[in-house]
Design a protein around this ligand. Structure first.
Ligand SMILES: [Ca+2]
Ligand SMILES: [Ca+2]
Length: 154
């Protein structure tokens, strides 16, 4: 009985957490995200996120700052979306080659393992946009490539 009670309480919390995210946003971990079905260039994806702001909450392409968050988002994609695709998230090194920053916070994107796939970033000035790639890790890719996008409420 105790176990069942625990499960019910947890389910209750889960539902409550999802209710906290407005519009089409969903709760993953402690943040609200929206994963598009349509594909956009990185710039159009950024504009899409900053335009669609349910309940007047600020939003941008996702900024994934710690490995717990990365694990939670990737696990959600594996279980609910298509893990054979790449998804745009909010980092860019367009302003300064080799220095990735989140467009929504201005903070530097974490470097190396466990965030980036080994060998990435490798595109120099040809690849200036950050993707959560089908490897489950970050990769730099050409910003013009159409990809699905992951938006996040700020
Ligand atoms: Ca680059
Ligand atoms: Ca690359």
């Amino acid at each position: 009985m105790k176990l069942i009670a625990t499960i019910l309480v947890c389910l209750g919390l889960l539902v409550a957490a999802q209710d906290d995210c407005p519009g089409e946003y969903i709760s993953i971990g402690s943040h609200c995200y929206w994963i598009s079905n349509d594909e956009y260039s990185w710039d159009d994806g950024r504009d899409q996120c900053t335009t669609y702001q349910p309940d007047h909450r600020s939003a941008g392409l996702a900024h994934i700052d710690d490995c717990k968050e990365l694990g939670e988002v990737w696990r959600y994609i594996v279980e609910n979306e298509d893990p054979t695709e790449d998804y745009w998230i909010g980092g860019s090194d367009e302003a300064e080659e080799g220095v990735y920053r989140w467009h929504s916070t201005g903070h530097e994107v974490p470097r190396g393992i466990p965030f980036w796939f080994p060998g990435q970033p490798d595109g120099a000035e040809e690849e200036n946009a950050l993707s959560l790639s089908k490897t489950g890790y970050f990769a730099d890719e050409a910003a013009s490539i159409p990809q699905r996008i992951i938006c996040q409420l700020l």
